[in-house]
Design a protein around this ligand. Structure first.
Ligand SMILES: [Zn+2]
Length: 124
């Protein structure tokens, strides 16, 4: 299952406050359209309605493909500045961890995250 939460975001450019729905896990076997959103750079992004700033939200995210049996973590916090970290007030994640899930690699940037997904898909 994919899980979605809402986070309070303050735009770092204009301080506009908004509540943004974000995913903490994406199961593309059950929600294949979410894979498209990731590769279209539409998932877990904040697009400020006030000033137009767009950025990837520093939310831990697990990508899970049950058919191809792989998973990839997106863990951006470690590469974030203190200011960027303060943008997000809460992060929640809950999921069952299976055998291959515990071996899932971690990506620290959005580009790296997409590349790791493509690498797994090309191995099949
Ligand atoms: Zn803004």
């Amino acid at each position: 299952m994919s899980s979605e939460i809402e986070v309070d975001v303050t735009c770092p450019a204009c301080l506009f406050k908004d509540v943004v729905p974000v995913f903490t896990s994406v199961n593309v076997t059950m929600d294949p359209d979410l894979r498209d959103k990731i590769f279209d750079d539409e998932l877990n992004r904040f697009n400020c309605p006030n000033c137009g700033r767009s950025m990837v939200l520093p939310i831990n995210l697990m990508y899970h493909d049950m058919d191809l049996e792989f998973a990839v973590w997106f863990s951006p916090q470690s590469a974030m500045s203190e200011e960027e970290r303060s943008v997000v007030d809460k992060v929640a994640r809950s999921m069952d961890i299976g055998d291959y899930l515990s071996k899932a690699p971690t990506a620290f940037t959005w580009e790296d995250f997409k590349n790791k997904i493509l690498e797994f898909e090309q191995q099949e």
